[in-house]
Design a protein around this ligand. Structure first.
Ligand SMILES: [Zn+2]
Length: 123
């Protein structure tokens, strides 16, 4: 049950109550005109509550649509991040390529290594 539906239903119930109350008053006060007044007020009460209910339903659908857009955007951002992860991995791997050759044994060593990975001599 949404808030909009609750608003509409309570509006109809309120309208029926108003009609009943005005009918009772019309009988008690012996004023038949009050029945018409009751229907008139009840009509506007129901109309007002139906418009309110419709507005709430509309706002609710806008809200859920915004939520969906946010969710989709977040999903795209996450997907982009996932796609970028291997790229940064490749970049790190590129930094690990052989940049210096050991004078002692001729083994190619990575830029980050200060000592030869084969013989252990300093760069
Ligand atoms: Zn070496």
């Amino acid at each position: 049950m949404t808030l909009g539906k609750i608003c509409k239903i309570s509006g109809i119930i309120l309208g029926i109550f108003e009609v009943v109350i005005f009918c009772v008053e019309a009988i008690l006060l012996e004023q038949p005109i009050l029945v018409f007044v009751g229907f008139f007020i009840a009509y506007f009460t129901i109309l007002f509550m139906l418009i309110c209910g419709e507005a709430i339903t509309l706002l609710d659908s806008i809200h859920s649509r915004i939520y969906m857009i946010n969710y989709t955007t977040q999903e795209i951002v996450d997907k982009t991040k996932d796609e970028q992860t291997p790229v940064s991995y490749v970049n790190t791997a590129n930094q690990q390529k052989v940049t210096w050759v050991c004078k002692e044994c001729g083994t190619g060593n990575y830029q980050n290594n200060l000592y030869c990975r084969n013989c252990g001599k300093y760069k």
